[in-house]
Design a binder for this molecule. Structure first.
Ligand code: ZN
Ligand code: ZN
Length: 58
């Protein structure tokens, strides 16, 4: 899993810049995957999907 070094928004697939007001948190279901959401997707309320357990959340 060393290919996932960059933080990519789980909603739009865009790389998250360090200066952005993005959020990251462990997956609410499996807790194994760090979910990233960029500023824009947060504002638009887009859904994300966990890579491991496929949990979908707002
Ligand atoms: Zn995004
Ligand atoms: Zn998960």
């Amino acid at each position: 899993m060393s290919t996932f070094k960059r933080n990519v928004c789980f909603s739009c697939g865009r790389p998250v810049a360090p200066y952005e007001n993005a959020v990251h948190f462990p997956c609410p279901q499996c807790g194994d995957v760090e979910i990233w959401r960029c500023e824009r997707c947060r504002a638009m309320g887009k859904t994300y999907k966990c890579l491991k357990c496929e949990f979908e959340g707002p």
